[in-house]
Design a protein around this ligand. Structure first.
Ligand SMILES: [Cu+2]
Length: 268
């Protein structure tokens, strides 16, 4: 029985480790400036945790077998264990946990707390049950006023985000259901939510941030490869959560300008 348990524990350990080593369910190829940084952090975390995981599970399997019950086994005795060892592994775990957190938080903090560079593409992202809307401030570079009183999600587009069309700055605002971004230019995002907490997640851009009702959350990131990337809502936000999906089209600056000009023209 001891040997069967040892084999089972080792087998589960090796099979689950294999999927991480073979990167079976890995993230898609990174397409933003922070991707290398974030992937490096993932790698470091997985390597350290992987070594600890394999060592712990292998020893567990071995000990289960080593101290199996035999006719000669002595009666079970209570052992307190070893306080010094407990202190050591608790401190080591804490150092590792806090250290990895501090390292990882620097990536997020640089996108959150450092101001977006001048000349960034401005996009306001609004999450609502169950769609994403994207607003561009237009040639004046200023977002027009919005009001919760004007919000009508069933109408979609400008009405969904509650755009106040009587505001002069709102005249050239473009609201779309698909996100377009120019490549290799920093994007200054204003993230908002109409109803509940949503999470704007673009795996390829390694970007994920909650949208919280009542808050306008500024973040910035830089897409570095032309392509189409999937947006998912990463916060369970209601019955239609699974279909709260969208696309980011990262295009050349020229294509972006053309696309935006076409949207402006549609408005007139
Ligand atoms: Cu959602």
């Amino acid at each position: 029985m001891g040997l069967a348990l040892l084999a089972l524990i080792w087998l589960i350990t090796l099979i689950s480790t294999y999927f991480f080593v073979a990167k079976t369910w890995w993230l898609p190829v990174g397409a933003s400036a922070a991707a290398g940084w974030i992937d490096g952090q993932f790698k470091l975390t997985y390597i350290i945790m992987g070594i600890i995981f394999v060592a712990a599970q292998m020893s567990l399997g071995y000990l289960v077998w080593r101290y199996r019950e035999t006719p000669k086994s002595p009666p079970v005795a209570y052992s307190h264990g070893n306080t010094t060892l407990e202190v050591i592994w608790t401190v080591l775990t804490a150092v590792l946990f806090i250290g990895l957190n501090l390292m990882g938080s620097r990536v997020w903090a640089s996108e959150r707390w450092d101001a977006a560079p001048a000349g960034s593409t401005q996009v306001e992202v609004t999450g609502m049950q169950f769609a994403w809307y994207f607003r561009y401030p237009g040639p004046d570079g200023k977002y027009g006023a919005t009001s919760p009183k004007l919000m009508d999600p069933s109408s979609g587009g400008e009405a969904a985000v509650g755009l106040d069309t009587s505001d002069a700055a709102a005249k050239d605002d473009v609201v779309t259901g698909t996100m377009y971004l120019p490549v290799n230019r920093e994007v200054d995002i204003s993230l908002r939510s109409v109803d509940v907490i949503h999470s704007f997640f673009v795996p390829s851009l390694r970007f994920k941030q909650d949208a919280v009702p009542g808050l306008n959350i500024h973040m910035h990131f830089k897409p570095t490869a032309i392509g189409e990337y999937e947006i998912a809502c990463a916060e369970l936000c209601g019955l239609g959560h699974y279909k709260m999906h969208g696309m980011v089209h990262v295009v050349s600056q020229e294509d972006f300008d053309k696309w935006l000009a076409a949207r402006e023209a549609e408005k007139q």
